[in-house]
Design a protein around this ligand. Sequence first.
Ligand code: XMP
Length: 514
Amino acid sequence: MLHDEVVPILDFGSQYAQLIARRVREQGVFSTLVRPDIAAGELAAMKPKGIILSGGPASVYEAGAPRCDPDIFQLNLPILGICYGMQIGAQILGGRVTPAAAREFGRARLHVLGDDPLVRGLPADTIVWMSHGDQVNDLPKDFVPLASTPTCPFAAARHKRLPFYGVQFHPEVTHTPRGELIFRNFLHDICHCAGTWTMGNFIEESVKAIRDQVADARVICGLSGGVDSTVVAALLYRAIGQQLTCIFVDNGLLRKHERERVQSTFADHFKTNLVVSDATEQFLGALAGVSDPQKKRKIIGAQFIDAFKREALAIKDARFLAQGTLYPDVIESGHGHAGASANIKLHHNVGGLPAELGFELIEPLRDLFKDEVRRLGQVLGLPDDTVWRHPFPGPGLAVRIVGEITPQRLTILRNADEIVLDELMAAGLYRKTAQVFAVLLPIATVGVMGDARTYDSVVAIRAVESQDFMTADWARIPFDVLATMSNRIINEVRGVNRVVYDISSKPPSTIEWE
Ligand code: XMP
């Protein structure tokens, strides 16, 4: 294991498991999800400072409910069971778990019963988030209750002799306002973690691991201009310097000045080779006459592999391919647990490269969340405008031109999009929004310009706020900012005589229009 202090989480299928990992890292302790049935020996080999058992949707007395190796309770390591994790622990250690008389779901008032390291510092009464059908009702005599709610007498408890603690509520969610203190108490006072895990350590450890893996071979890294691939490149550059070669494919579907921006950021931060492939004609040729969004995506995916392969295979001594796979990608693919095979980001900017290329994969960000990647980028000295960039889809402007893609329509969209982003930044709203862009619609409408009637295109402005891009709300951009965007687009972009604002949320709408 790469990290000094690690607290693994046995994942029993909780929707909050990732959130637990994140809360642990916020305390300066590295955390990762592992299979719930991991053998005690394997777990001990990770030299953890403690263990967390996550919640889960099952019921402990159901046939086939996930179980953990009972020997983990004999490792003499502090264990914190959360919800299902507490129930499985109590059951293994001799407790009785029964369906709760009232299913508890939502906020509950927690009353602290005594002084114990786990609940130390909590007010006598505090709010916690409950979400369970079962609860530990009958604590074996070896357990001491630490806190209760009106319907749950053992909302928090500990074993008298073993360092096993359990909470039936969810300290990891923001609806448990003092949840952070429970993690701090568990990690620092009970597991005795020093909390030294920082991005600085992460860089040091990753650099060492990359050097060990790569030795003196060459690594290629596809750059997309986005945060993830730039951070991967920066980390690799820190580790292996000029053994890194980056490839940037201009698919002709990028925003205005994007290629120049990528090249100049690269030149400012990396003194190594960047291969820029201008594949505009190849992509636009293949897309000519195509309007169907999924067909566009397929064509772009195939052309990308083709263009990337051409450049990559021309780099003679390359053995490794670096990718910006993040932790949520690993988890979402169901491969989050230890021992699972590597997952490749499908249809992402530089992903989906086939195994036939014959490279070994390096995925130095696969333990990190997006906001951690941004912090890492900052620590690596990347500029703010790279670190805080809004995401941009792999198929680029192709999915923002509804209908057919032509060079003329690309120019219209690029010019409109540039104005939208300019005005967004001028209003100080870039960091407050998750994704903002222009969309070109496949209809013409009537307008008057001077004395003449026009019959020109419509541009839609799409602006959303979102944490995870799975759900999003339309951003309440002030009217005067929208007015400036609209005036400028209609006056400055030839071919547009109408601007509309998209006020739909996701779901049921999506962020992109195609
Ligand atoms: P939707 O439109 O599905 O988008 O709400 C969610 C997020 O994914 C991005 N997106 C894509 N990214 N290839 C990508 O690399 C794609 O085909 C693609 N489609 C959507 C979108 O920009 C948003 O951030």
